[in-house]
Design a protein around this ligand. Structure first.
Ligand code: PAF
Length: 311
């Protein structure tokens, strides 16, 4: 079986490493960064952290036509780049190829289908933790569950196939028939954690130790949960604020992905996380002042990298 992974950030490289251990699987990485692709091709991919120290040599290219059609595509780019990355991945798509997104935020399934056609995309979430240390080096920061679902809710062959592959690779994986509920449940966690870490530059665990961040987190999460409820979304947990607090504790040492982006002076997923809540709320006339504030502040951070006053 041929599996292509599009996007070679921390999560793409982690899944490439984990899947590359399984026999009979050909893993092909599509990068958009020639220097990184060359480095990984030349020196291999180094993984350290909770799964030990490893050097693997996945096939990697920046040219999708060198890969050609694959059985499954796993899209791991940042959510603002989904549409472009999916369009660029066209040569990887055969008649039956499914495209799995495990990205943060809302709108990824829709962007993939817009680029590649209806019925292509299925989705999920992962709470696996990883950080990029160098072009060809990542830290596997923590194991976590990966949950997969189909927009139709059906347990399809492609979902079964990916669950088997993930389990063979040692990834804890399960299926849900409630994909919108899964995506919103993860969204609300990101709503409560990501922007706050980006603005305060602290680890996830510290957010619940400061009264200020605890209070903003509670309001942001309650706003998002109200929108989910109005949309008729069935969340996977009953108490959103408590759930987000427990994720902070479980990932206490993590540098959340949005803070990693800010530290590297990159575009963040704020539009697909707090921005998505604000946009959905506006359609329903639900006020979301805290999410609007977080959105405005993180967008300003992104737009002002070159203006920053350094102490
Ligand atoms: O985006 C992230 O970093 C993760 O989704 C989460 C759950 C916030 C943990 O760091």
């Amino acid at each position: 079986m041929r599996i292509s992974i599009v996007g070679t950030g921390a999560m793409g490289l982690l899944f490439a490493y984990l899947l590359s251990k399984s026999e009979g699987l050909e893993i092909l990485l599509l990068d958009n960064h020639p220097e990184r692709a060359e480095k990984i091709r030349r020196d291999g991919l180094l993984v350290e952290g909770v799964s030990g120290e490893h050097l693997v040599r996945p096939r990697i290219t920046v040219k999708p036509e060198e890969i050609g059609p694959t059985d499954l595509v796993i899209l791991c780019v940042k959510s603002p780049d989904t549409y472009e990355a999916a369009l660029n991945a066209k040569p990887l798509i055969g008649a039956e190829t499914g495209v799995l997104t495990l990205q943060n935020g809302l709108g990824n399934l829709e962007s993939i289908e817009e680029a590649l056609g209806r019925g292509r995309a299925f989705g999920g979430t992962t709470s696996m933790g990883a950080t990029v240390l160098a072009l060809n080096r990542i830290r596997h920061a923590g194991w976590g569950e990966t949950i997969i679902g189909e927009p139709s809710g059906e347990r399809t062959e492609r979902a079964e196939a990916i669950l088997d592959l993930f389990r063979l690779a040692g990834i804890e994986a399960s299926f849900t028939d409630n994909l919108p509920g899964l995506l919103w449940s993860k969204l609300i966690i990101n709503v409560g954690i990501n922007a706050l870490t980006a603005l305060t530059r602290i680890h996830n665990g510290r957010l619940v130790e400061h009264a200020g961040t605890r209070s903003v987190m509670k309001s942001a999460v309650e706003e998002a949960a109200r929108v989910a409820e109005a949309l008729g979304i069935r969340l996977l947990y009953d108490h959103p604020v408590e759930k987000v607090g427990s994720v902070c504790e479980a990932t206490a040492g993590n540098i959340a992905s949005m803070l990693q982006d800010i530290l590297k002076e990159k575009r963040t997923e704020i539009e697909q996380i707090n921005g998505a809540v604000v946009r959905e709320a506006a359609k329903l006339a639900i006020p979301t002042p805290v999410n609007e504030t977080l959105l405005g502040l993180v967008k300003t951070l992104e737009e002002s990298y070159t203006e920053r006053i350094r102490g």
